[in-house]
Design a protein around this ligand. Sequence first.
Ligand code: GDP
Length: 299
Amino acid sequence: FQRLKAGLSRSSSAITDGIASVFTKRKLDAATLEEFEDLLIQADLGVATASAITEALAKGRFDKEIEGDEVKAILAEEVGRVLTPVARPLVIDGARKPHVILVVGVNGTGKTTTIGKLAAKFRAEGRSVMLAAGDTFRAAAVEQLKIWGQRTGASVIARATGADAAGLAFDALKEAQANGTDVLLIDTAGRLQNRAELMAELEKIIRVIKKHDPSAPHTVLLTLDATTGQNALSQVEIFGRTAGVTGLVMTKLDGTARGGILVAIAARFGLPIHFIGVGEGVDDLEPFEANDFARAIAG
Ligand code: GDP
């Protein structure tokens, strides 16, 4: 928890500094409530959540004396309420050989890094892991995945730059099935500037995978970069529709003041949030815990 709290320190201080300056009068009047609501909106929690939390705070306390600590406690409780339904672990189905995880998201949001971190985690659990370098457009992405493979003891399947990603995914699945591999993680391209082409490619990858295993992909993870704030909302919409996203990983929560966006996403989409990224290192991926996150962000 201390690590999470340290990671989220910029997001939480944006909120707690605000609380300290808003609740100086000690009396919970209309103006204070409005300032509090604005503060939550500024912190990226979303208008709907901000107003629900403000209402919860006002209930039974209007016109009464209130302290900053009480406000923080209520904030943590209300945020926890929003996050609890979406805080769901990523469960690997051991009966699947392999359990196929397709990882999608805009370039730079942390797909490859998250795949590396997940590979390390699965390896530590004693599972065999294969990584498919499906971002065939960027040589650097392929190289990065190979390094993660070496580091974690996962096998890597890659092709020359420009190769067909769906063909690569198909070959990877065939090989993973033949080897009895436990988990196959498939990286994908994330060129949002060519949205139609990207979505067509993702659809093709999924179609081709299904041809070989109709139950796959068993998990479609979307990586979201917390530092991009409100942009993350439209990314969930875009990828959710096309790629059938089953769960989210919110990366780069360390060092950003915009961690509140996770709350807005939880409230708006209700998609499971499996992990959060709190650094670039292999251990900097934490299972998402609703109440820990809520307490950390509320200071
Ligand atoms: P991709 O283009 O989606 O595959 O993104 P990458 O995995 O290459 O990540 C882009 C950059 O973000 C790299 O420099 C990563 O080290 C960095 N990164 C990824 N996840 C995190 C995180 O949780 N925290 C921080 N601080 N950096 C991260």
